[in-house]
Design a protein around this ligand. Structure first.
Ligand code: ZN
Length: 160
């Protein structure tokens, strides 16, 4: 028996996320998004990158999530003590360059104001023409110390 499929149960047979939800969050190992939201296998798409930023790659993944897998809601979840807020773009570029031995100068999405970063990502998603469902894009900050998730209010105007 395939133990993984046995574990997934009915979720293994349903390709579309049961909750019609996609989550964009940080790769930080301390963020256990499934435990945080009580998600089970099959419930949601989880897209992760450094900072949980609405990068071009994240937007592509969300476009597939919505158009092909029919998710209809996006949660952007950033967190406190994020490396992209603790280091500057220049510092990270230097560290990657030093560690790899190759000059690195790509945009990494560093930020100084974590709340503003969430608002920017919400606006970027709401402005993305390739996302058919942009009316339920919400942003949240996860406080690692208190283990509490708080919604970040964002401008409610949806660009066309
Ligand atoms: Zn982070």
């Amino acid at each position: 028996m395939n133990t993984r499929l046995h574990y997934l149960g009915t979720a293994a047979r349903i390709i579309e996320p049961v909750q019609h939800l996609a989550i964009l969050t940080c790769m930080d190992a301390r963020v256990d998004v499934s435990a945080l939201l009580g998600l089970r296998p099959g419930d949601a798409h989880v897209i992760r990158n450094a900072g949980g930023r609405a990068s071009s790659d994240a937007l592509r993944a969300l476009a597939i999530s919505q158009a092909v897998m029919h998710t209809r809601e996006v949660m952007v979840i950033h967190h406190t003590d994020c490396a992209l807020g603790r280091f500057s773009q220049a510092q990270l570029n230097e560290q990657i360059t030093m560690a790899s031995g190759h000059g690195f100068a790509e945009e990494l999405g560093c930020f100084t104001d974590p709340i503003q970063a969430i608002v920017e990502d919400i606006e970027r998603l709401r402005a993305c023409p390739y996302l058919p469902a942009r009316d339920k894009v919400r942003g949240f900050i996860y406080d690692l110390t208190s283990n509490v998730v708080t919604e970040v209010p964002a401008p409610d105007r949806i660009p066309t």
